[in-house]
Ligand binder design. Structure first.
Ligand SMILES: Nc1nc2c(c(=O)[nH]1)N[C@H]1C(S)=C(S)[C@@H](COP(=O)(O)OP(=O)(O)OC[C@H]3O[C@@H](n4cnc5c(N)ncnc54)[C@H](O)[C@@H]3O)O[C@H]1N2
Ligand code: MOO
Length: 410
């Protein structure tokens, strides 16, 4: 009986090998507005404190806290955005708005709700402590503070902080460009009507979307036919334009499963099989120094294998710190029995929700877990990790779940 020549590696070993062979691509300077989703490659410091001056936190009056004068004279208006050069003394107050610099002499702000104005006089229905409703210099950001350390992924709050500290040009890790290709003569484009024995290509589109979800750029390398020469030409073309390649199909034992032998000729195959379900024939190579992820053809196998093996690598290439590339892992209680073969580590697609009554996460699978049934991925927010070495699981048992999308709430 023909046997695959490729040893079956444990999942952890395969992932370790991949992460050993990928590194961040290099850095570039970008305008901060164009850096959303990028990872900082430098510490960003605040040159000035925030707030840069003692600022009012409320609309009202700047006062001296222990002033006991009943009717105080209003010395002027200090609105936000300029310095009115006012001075507050005993017996006086200055009108002030939120965000305005607190005038000299004042040490507290009283909200307008607690004031009564008559002409140029004001009295207050409430006393305040010194410092009330004044944001001291540096309350939010100290001068010289590292506000964003290297390795930070830039999202909404981070872009706002870069703007705040005036870091308009920053050094970030380059975003990887990932080529995605489907292989298989049975495949046609989504707008075509499949002929006898043909099906529409799904994987190129799901894998490009999965690539984009990591923040990387996805390049469509098309549908490669099942001949070694044509496939090689497609791959060479892809390698010229991309930092890494993701393919699907053609990695198992069929006569036309050409990808592994071709990769052996073109570069180094680091592994050709993993003890994982779905995704057993997943293959990882380097060609011209570039990572090459060859996913199995079944649509679920390709997406799950991408999630487990390619995604951490793509994040690493984009500059994510090694300890940040994994999905959150939480223990979940199974709401029903699950059949599981002991031979491979299995990743079952599931919906995980938090149950307020027992304070635990609960998991329900998305139904039939066939490698071709993409519907088992639809709506799933978790992959249940069923370890190799033991069989079926029972309702009420706890297993680890990798969270791949937001949790359901109930
Ligand atoms: N004799 C053996 N046969 C198979 C083994 C094995 O160990 N021995 N492994 C099985 C496992 S596990 C998997 S997973 C598949 C993976 O095979 P390939 O990577 O070679 O994939 P293909 O044969 O090309 O396709 C499998 C299946 O998926 C469909 N497909 C392929 N590409 C696409 C696409 N882009 N969009 C939608 N559907 C696609 C294809 O038509 C096949 O039905 O091998 C088992 N076989
Ligand atoms: O590993 Mo294959 O992905 O079982 O279907």
């Amino acid at each position: 009986m023909p046997e695959s020549k490729w040893p079956l590696l444990p999942v952890s070993e395969a992932r370790r090998i991949i992460l050993e062979h990928v590194q961040p691509l290099g850095t570039e300077e970008r305008r901060f507005e164009d850096a959303q989703g990028y990872v900082l490659a430098e510490d960003v410091r605040a040159r000035e404190p925030m707030p840069p001056f003692p600022a009012s936190a409320k609309d009202g009056f700047a006062v001296i806290a222990d002033d006991t004068t009943e009717w105080r004279r209003i010395v002027g208006d200090q609105f936000a955005g300029y310095d009115a050069n006012l001075r507050v003394e005993y017996g006086t107050a200055a009108r002030i708005t939120t965000g305005a610099p607190v005038p000299q002499g004042a040490n507290a702000v009283i909200m307008v709700e607690f004031s009564e104005v008559q002409g140029d006089r004001v009295r207050f229905t409430r006393r305040v402590e010194p410092g009330a409703d004044i944001r001291p210099v540096g309350q939010d950001i100290a001068q010289g503070q590292v506000v964003l350390p290297t390795g930070t992924r830039l999202g909404p709050a981070e872009l706002g902080l870069l703007a705040t500290v005036g870091a308009t040009r920053i050094t970030v890790w380059k975003r990887p460009r990932i080529g995605v290709m489907s292989t298989g003569d049975e495949l046609v484009e989504p707008d075509e009507t499949p002929g006898p024995g043909q099906i529409r290509d799904a994987n190129r589109f799901s894998l490009m979307a999965a690539v984009r979800e990591t923040g990387a750029e996805a390049l469509d390398l098309g549908l490669a036919p099942d001949t070694a020469d044509a496939l090689e030409a497609f791959i060479r073309e892809g390698l010229r334009a991309c930092d890494a390649i993701v393919t699907s199909g053609g990695v198992s034992m069929g006569e036309l499963d050409l990808v592994k032998p071709l990769l052996e000729r073109m570069g180094t195959v680091h592994f050709g099989r993993v003890s994982v379900k779905p995704g057993k024939p997943v293959t990882f190579a380097t060609v011209d120094g570039k990572p090459f992820f060859a996913m199995p053809g079944f649509p679920v196998s390709s997406l799950v294998a991408f999630e487990i093996f390619a995604r951490p690598a793509l994040l690493r290439m984009a500059g994510w710190p090694l300890d940040a590339v994994e999905r959150p892992r939480v223990p979940v209680v199974l709401d029903h029995d699950i059949r599981h073969g002991a031979a491979r580590t299995e990743y079952q697609r599931a919906i995980v929700r938090f149950d307020r009554t027992d304070g635990r996460f609960h998991a329900t699978t998305t139904g039939f877990q066939g490698s071709g049934r993409l519907l088992s991925m639809v709506g799933a927010n978790a992959l249940l990790e069923l370890p190799e070495g033991r069989g079926d699981f029972h309702a009420g048992e706890s297993v680890d779940a990798l969270l791949i999308a937001p949790l359901k709430t109930e």
